[in-house]
Design a protein. Structure first.
Length: 376
């Protein structure tokens, strides 16, 4: 499969490529990670000025109407350059949830600020022991006037230390793991009673353990409809993460091929060894299969096909396993230096490891695919 991009989409891709080539090389990324914040607000503003933060969002709510195809274009390039800024968390996830479930008032008030780069968002849905189950929610919310009051704990909330607002899942009715009774709430990250214990993730980004004690939040969408909203949003997030993984795989393949031409062993380039040629062919095949599946998923997302969830799980598992294989081979073929901080190969390995566990690891999605297939 090969998607033929329109003139506007080609322009978007070339604009992203030029920006990242000029401002986001590997050394610049390392400086960003070493900074106090761990990300660059200057780069975030540059993304907004280029229109990237509004590209996937519909025009009716202040976006550019590019949809999943624009997300794919942006995330492939972000994957190639290991961009750490929270595009998925803010634009794809929060933007999707607000656009799909929010009231007209919420859409008009919140989405233009996302597109303009004025606010950063994070989704707080995971809890200890919940794995990847959206319904496994112990955090509670009770109504208090126009707002709700939340109590509970959330774990490993990606981008929370950078966020201005959190979208928090909490139970308003039912028992633990009930599919109904989970609602979504908008919470100011600096609200009274909200405490963050920040930490660095394996790929150098920032996350936090979030504690909520009598924290006031605003209902997003229908009360009790949180699980369904999160499941719909997960498919779009998977599409974005798959595109990022494909971009990273492509860069690992290029770096490994180039290294094999220059690294000599026994007086000859290691790329001339047949066994290593076979490995690099397998890496190339893995990339091409992942690329094709990513494009198929993106087109299905754009068409909003009814079989979307099954395809999303299939893509997340297949691309996840392919990315891990390529990353493993790239590190091994580079030898000990493959995991050093000075070489980008190890950074791609770590980012792929993180992508593989966001919104469900490959093993989880194999099982989910089988369950959805049986139910079809």
């Amino acid at each position: 499969m090969d998607i033929k991009l329109t003139e506007e989409q080609e322009l978007l891709r070339s604009s992203v490529q030029r920006l990242l080539r000029d401002q986001y090389d590997f050394d610049a990324r390392r400086k960003i990670l070493a900074s106090e914040d761990g990300f660059s607000r200057k780069q975030w503003e540059a993304f907004a000025e280029l229109g990237l933060l509004g590209a996937p969002l519909s025009e009716e709510v202040g976006g550019l109407g590019g949809g999943p195809l624009s997300t794919m274009i942006v995330m492939q390039e972000f994957g190639r350059h290991l961009v750490v800024e929270p595009f998925v968390e803010t634009v794809v996830v929060a933007g999707c949830l607000i656009e799909q479930t929010g009231s007209d008032e919420q859409k008009q008030a919140l989405i233009p600020d996302i597109a303009a780069g004025k606010t950063i968002w994070a989704l707080a849905w995971t809890e200890k022991g919940s794995r990847f189950d959206f319904a496994d929610v112990g955090t509670t919310a009770r109504r208090d006037g126009k707002d709700f009051v939340l109590d509970g704990e959330k774990t490993a909330v990606i981008a929370a230390p950078w966020a201005d607002f959190l979208i928090v899942s909490a139970r308003t009715s039912g028992q633990l793991k009930d599919q109904v009774g989970v609602s979504l709430f908008i919470v100011d990250r600096r609200a009274a009673g909200l405490d963050l214990q920040s930490f660095k993730t394996i790929d150098g980004r920032r996350a936090a353990e979030v504690s909520l004690r009598e924290v006031r939040g605003q209902l997003l969408g229908k009360e009790g409809g949180g699980v369904r909203a999160l499941e719909a949003c997960r498919d779009r997030a998977i599409g974005a993460l798959c595109a990022e993984a494909v971009g990273a795989i492509g860069e690992l393949n290029s770096a490994t091929l180039e290294y094999s031409k220059t690294r000599k062993q026994f007086g000859t380039a290691i790329g001339s060894f047949q066994v290593l040629q076979h490995r690099m062919v397998d890496m190339f095949i893995g990339h091409q299969e992942a690329l094709s599946l990513m494009q198929h998923l993106t087109l299905t997302l754009d068409a909003d096909d009814g079989d979307l969830s099954r395809l999303a799980s299939g893509a997340k598992s297949k691309i996840g396993y392919a990315a891990k294989f390529v990353a493993d081979q790239a590190v091994q073929l580079h030898g000990g230096m493959g995991m050093t901080d000075e070489l980008n190969v190890g950074h791609y390995f770590k980012r792929i490891s993180s992508i593989n566990i966001q919104f469900g690891d490959p093993a989880y999605h194999v099982l989910r695919y089988a369950q959805l297939d049986a139910a079809a």
